[in-house]
Design a protein around this ligand. Structure first.
Ligand SMILES: [Zn+2]
Length: 441
């Protein structure tokens, strides 16, 4: 009996074992393969999401000195004992700051379908010659291109890609050719052919139902040895209209990216679009269904209406904050989320550099949809957001904080009120904060 039981049990055990074996082969092994494969996909980012990254105004400063105060643009060390390895308000970006952003993007964000570089790669004060600038721009393009496998980089010309800064019509072709020399692996021959003529091109993402039109807005600014005989610099506006029409006929959503937006971006200063050109631009974007207009240059987070001839909005540009904290903003960049060729949301990432000697830490500042309580970023909904800011003062306060990517006014004063018990402690706190935060003033 015991023998038979034990034999049966042996048989049954061996049957169980072979069932377990089958189970492992039939169920677990495929699951294991799926797990390994998806881990590989995640690691190598084989499949792109519907997101794209927008980075602008990185303004890398090769002369950045972590010991130098912003009164010297962070160039000349004095006997300050404090350091700012990554970034300091009032100064352009250190290489460490740029690399910290790349590292964060690579480790935290899933593969985007494109990375837009919105222009201004070098510090205002680096005065590179043309071959140095070409090499620098190539290095920036390579560093962005290496973040993910096969994610295209879409470069936009900023004013600092011109020599001299903002350029002039006489030397434009030389400047276009110089930067084009760094883009042979980035742009197609067709794209390079228009880039060489005027610094503009377009790229179709047919599977995403999207046409990206990259404009050279630097050619449009007001104080650029303006000559009345130039009605359309480098034939750009005529070309722009043609690409809008052609893209619309193909049923593509049109997205426009450029460095300097139309409208008022600074408190003062003549480096804005000449009204003759912005009127034409505005009439083109009111004629065609434009999905979005994205721009850079102000270093701040702005919603900028594009006005048509009747003084009503024909569209609204979205302006991203810069990586460079030179305008006393926090470093930032954006991740745009798309669906069917339209932007449905964006997330703004920032690194708060206001505190003393801290390590850099990238974090989400806000997302558009929840901040402005709208469903997506269709033009009427951005209009709703603007109307909300104009109507509700407390919403305007929140917006004012976002404008400088999370740098509030009088931060050090209020920080010290919260930190000090008496006037001596307050003064001590203020002097620490001024070192870190306010030495620009
Ligand atoms: Zn700029």
């Amino acid at each position: 009996m015991s023998d038979s039981i034990s034999r049966e049990s042996l048989i049954s055990n061996s049957t169980n074992k072979s069932n377990i074996g089958k189970y492992i082969v039939v169920v677990l092994f495929p699951l294991f393969v799926v797990w390994v494969f998806s881990a590989k996909i995640m690691r190598n980012n084989l499949w792109a999401t519907d997101d794209f990254i927008f980075i602008n105004d990185i303004h890398i400063d090769y002369l950045y000195d972590p010991h130098a105060p912003s009164s010297t643009l962070c160039r000349n060390s004095t006997n300050h004992s404090y350091t700012k390895k990554y970034a300091r308000y009032g100064c352009d970006s250190s290489l460490f700051l740029y690399e910290s952003m790349l590292k964060y993007i690579k480790s935290s964000l899933r593969k985007p379908f494109m990375i837009v570089f919105g222009g201004d790669s070098i510090s205002y004060w680096n005065f590179l010659n043309s071959s140095q600038l070409q090499n620098h721009f190539r290095w920036v393009m390579d560093s962005l291109g290496q973040l993910y496998s096969n994610t295209p980089v879409i470069p936009v010309l900023g004013n600092n890609e011109f020599i001299p800064n903002y350029g002039n019509y006489e030397s434009d072709r030389d400047n276009f050719r110089n930067i084009a020399g760094s883009l042979s692996n980035i742009l197609s021959n067709d794209e390079l052919s228009t880039f060489n003529i005027g610094g503009y091109y377009f790229r179709d993402f047919k599977e995403r139902n999207l046409r990206i039109i990259v404009l050279n807005s630097i050619a449009m600014i007001k104080d650029r040895n303006y000559n009345v005989s130039i009605t359309d610099p480098h034939g750009q506006l005529e070309w722009f209209e043609k690409q809008c029409e052609n893209g619309s006929n193909l049923g593509l959503n049109i997205g426009v990216v450029m460095h300097i937006p139309t409208g008022v971006t600074f408190w003062q200063g003549p480096k804005v679009w000449h009204s003759r050109f912005s009127d034409k631009f505005n009439s083109i974007v009111s004629k065609y269904e434009i999905s979005f207009i994205l721009s850079a240059h102000s270093h701040t987070d702005l919603l900028l209406p594009v006005f048509n001839n009747n003084n009503s909005w024909s569209h609204i540009s979205l302006v991203s904050p810069s990586l460079s904290p030179s305008h006393n903003n926090n470093p930032g960049f954006r991740l745009y989320k798309m669906k069917n060729g339209k932007i449905i949301d964006y997330t703004q990432y920032i690194a708060d550099i206001s505190r003393v000697n801290q390590e850099i830490k990238w974090e989400i500042e806000y997302s558009f949809r929840s901040a402005y309580q709208v469903d997506d970023l269709a033009f009427p909904n951005i209009g709703k957001a603007i109307n909300m800011l104009k109507a509700k003062r407390h919403e305007m306060f929140k917006y004012l904080q976002r404008v400088m990517a999370g740098v509030p006014n009088d931060d050090s004063y209020f920080y010290c009120l919260l930190s000090a018990n008496n006037q001596t402690e307050y003064s001590k706190c203020q002097s620490m904060m001024y070192r870190s935060f306010n030495d620009v003033y």
